[in-house]
Ligand binder design. Sequence first.
Ligand SMILES: Cc1cc2nc3c(=O)[nH]c(=O)nc-3n(C[C@H](O)[C@H](O)[C@H](O)COP(=O)(O)OP(=O)(O)OC[C@H]3O[C@@H](n4cnc5c(N)ncnc54)[C@H](O)[C@@H]3O)c2cc1C
Length: 347
Amino acid sequence: MNEGITESETVRDVVIVGSGVAGLSAAVYAARADLEPLVLEGPEPGGQLTLTTDVENYLGFPEGVGGMDLIQRGREQAERFGAEFTHGTVERATLEERPFELDLSSGDVLRTRALIVATGASARWVGATNEDELMGYGLSTCATCDGAFHRGDDVLVIGGGDSAMEEALFLAKFADSVTVVHRRDELRASEVMTRRALEHDDIEFRWNTELLEIHGSQEAGVTGATLVSHPDGRPTEKLDADLDVDQVEIGVGGIFYGVGHVPNTAFLENTAVDLDDDGQLLTLEGMTTETAVEGVFGAGDVMDPDYRQAVTAAGTGSMAALDAESWLDERTSQQEVSVVADVSASD
Ligand SMILES: Cc1cc2nc3c(=O)[nH]c(=O)nc-3n(C[C@H](O)[C@H](O)[C@H](O)COP(=O)(O)OP(=O)(O)OC[C@H]3O[C@@H](n4cnc5c(N)ncnc54)[C@H](O)[C@@H]3O)c2cc1C
């Protein structure tokens, strides 16, 4: 089913929202369990890995693998066992009644017994010129993923919170120099992260400075950056207001955004699924993908603020499908028991 959805009366066993690594891994497991899952691809079919060129840390690919290639292989694997894929973005979920209902942006409605939420968390971008073209080509939002490509480079980290400090400290292991570019004159990061970064010999700071433009090409990667500064901070605002700002061009081999992530959970806001203040989906305590709503499971970056790796997303995707399968099995057995009890009572 690839052209729209016309099955509002059909009730699926499992719908998987999201077609990144977590959704694909859940689809492989759910399909192999004969649950015939439907995968909604969402606004970014294939998810974040489609933004990157080389993935060197996914198990089983000693020479590395292209992000798009890995995603295509995952999709073929899931389709081989009977998973269906369709375009579709969930705008609203109604989870108080069963089966659950999902309203899609197309106006279609999907009904499902179990729901796997694998909608990821989108990294915030800063709006610098050329970021669309160079994301994945020397511009990254993940130092753990791409830091090792920058051995001996001079790199920039954009941001002033904990994620930026984590990126900077990690990159300092590989890069020749790390410069943190922050739009204000003090960091928002926790005391301990601030101290570690400020005391590190290979990390420098450019205060009251912002990234305006990234230089380079997809062939050459990132080669430089234009930075703007203003003594009162937030220089791009000053630039927009036609105030004088200092502008400088520097050569760098990599740029990392560390300005946070936005979990894609807006469609769950009015449900009983627990979200934290940042919108991160909260699963129950312990090693499970279950959420506060029975039958709804979370997988991948949407429920994981700490690791955010392809391999961990695949891991929690498989867990979500296994959790959904056993929940559906238990529910079916309970319903069978209650039918038998009703029949015996009426005899
Ligand atoms: C530039 C870059 C490079 C990276 N490199 C590496 C690397 O080398 N190694 C590594 O391990 N990790 C890497 N990562 C991190 C890795 O990509 C993520 O950890 C992984 O993609 C998370 O998978 P996910 O399925 O949880 O979410 P995502 O990949 O974000 O997928 C989310 C999916 O949900 C869909 N969706 C969102 N909202 C809705 C909605 N309302 N309705 C329906 N669908 C929706 C989207 O369309 C998308 O298909 C990198 C990330 C980036 C950005």
